[in-house]
Design a protein around this ligand. Structure first.
Ligand code: F3S
Length: 408
């Protein structure tokens, strides 16, 4: 692999042990994936922030790296942590967990990573542009950046995203290369896809069917300028990345790289699949009980418009069981200024920042029956939180929180 003089100096230790370690990680990755060069990135997004996921070993690893004077060179963002830094006591999170979590956040801050603590960094003003190279690691954000924004990122692990942030570069392989962004499958959707719940179920179906491939999807007609489309597409990509591990999808005539003729963006030997209904996905996510302890919305983290939409659904509603809506602190601040948070909280619901239902220690809080409006969360909650999980529309989730049991 080609290294320039600057890269070689870093490898020799000119910028300290932390940068050398980062360069070694990138070179190892480049060798595994046969990358020929390192290319500059515009930003990095670092997963593996929650103490629930990385534990003491992860904290020690980060502390060691930060002690080696490793500092990021490009704008770098943190994925959600295991606590809301203001509300953790109210949420019932144990002191020891919160202290360890704070140490992870302050260690990453010491390295220059911004404490955005969100999986939707594209909702915080610095939206990646088409063709920009990134090193992002949260799977739903990777899908959104690649597919909806036309930026280019592989699905990084936490350490490789951090190494890229420190060097300001990533190895040129995988989805950074045009030839690897062609669709491997053509999916013809023959059922109506209109609501966010439909998009969740379709994403779940596609991920289950094609694993880590790249689909070109036709049969979906949407207006890219609507906030509701943004909601649908981020949920769609998140579901595909969770039930499979799809990091890039194209929708014919809609997503930026699929505005060209289909033959230009599909591999010659692409597999054709027809999706006639969403019944299998519905059946897989169905539960045959109604007991409910918690309803959570906001996976991926809610945008300002989504919070406004939810606030309207909660008008004059009184809840029988807790309802959490997760978002970033950035979006929360804007929504608070506009009175949206007060409107939501008038119903008894809680708007939570910095964390989410999958990476907060819900199991310790005693929540084992949880409803969500996200197929991604429905995929992960049973394994990550050992929870009986209900999936439904946002409206169905709110209705269930009002009734105190799952409403089919
Ligand atoms: Fe985000 Fe947590 Fe869902 S990190 S995508 S809200 S599982």
């Amino acid at each position: 692999m080609k290294l320039n003089d600057d890269d070689r100096d870093i490898l020799a230790g000119s910028k300290g042990a932390g940068s050398r370690r980062a360069m070694q990680i990138l070179i190892s990755l480049a060798n595994i994936f046969e990358a020929r060069e390192l290319i500059p990135i515009e930003s990095a997004q670092i997963a593996g922030v929650s103490y629930l996921n990385i534990g003491d070993a992860g904290l020690e690893f980060l502390t060691d790296w930060a002690d080696q004077e490793a500092r990021v060179r490009v704008p770098s963002f943190m994925n959600p942590a295991g606590i809301d830094r203001s509300l953790w006591r109210k949420m019932g999170i144990p002191e020891e967990f919160a202290q360890k979590q704070m140490k992870i956040i302050t260690t990453l801050c010491r390295m220059g990573v911004e404490d955005t603590l969100t999986c939707t960094p594209y909702h915080i003003d610095r939206v990646p542009k088409m063709g920009e190279h990134l090193a992002w690691s949260e799977s739903s954000a990777v899908s959104y950046a690649n597919s909806v924004l036309g930026a280019r990122t592989n699905r990084e692990g936490g350490p490789s995203a951090l190494a890229s942030a420190i060097i300001g570069k990533t190895p040129a392989y995988g989805l950074h290369l045009t030839k690897n962004r062609l669709a491997t499958h053509r999916l013809h959707v023959e059922c109506n896809i209109e609501t966010a719940a439909d998009f969740n179920l379709l994403g779940y179906t596609i991920g289950k069917n094609i694993g880590d491939a790249i689909p070109l999807i036709d049969g979906i007609d949407i207006d890219m300028n609507s906030w509701y489309t943004t909601l649908c597409l981020k949920a769609f990509g998140a579901a595909m990345a969770a039930s499979g591990s799809i990091a890039l999808y194209h929708i014919s005539g809609v997503t930026p790289e699929a505005k060209r003729a289909a033959d230009d963006i599909v591999k010659e030997d692409a597999v054709e699949i027809i999706i006639g209904d969403l019944d299998d996905a519905r059946r897989s996510l169905e539960q045959h009980t109604t007991r409910l302890q918690l309803v959570t919305l906001g996976c991926p983290h809610s945008s300002f418009d989504e919070l406004f939409y939810i606030s309207n659904l909660l008008k004059d509603v009184t809840l029988k069981i807790p309802l959490w809506i997760t978002t970033s602190a950035h979006v929360y601040r804007k929504a608070k200024e506009d009175g949206i948070i007060a409107d939501i909280e008038a119903s008894g619901a809680l708007v939570i920042v910095d964390t989410c239902m999958v990476v907060a220690p819900l199991e310790y809080l005693g929540y084992s029956y949880i409803a969500v409006d996200s197929a991604k969360a429905a995929c992960y909650l049973p394994s990550h939180q050992h929870a009986i999980t209900y999936f439904g529309s946002t409206e169905q989730c709110i209705k269930s929180a009002k009734e105190g049991r799952w409403i089919n």
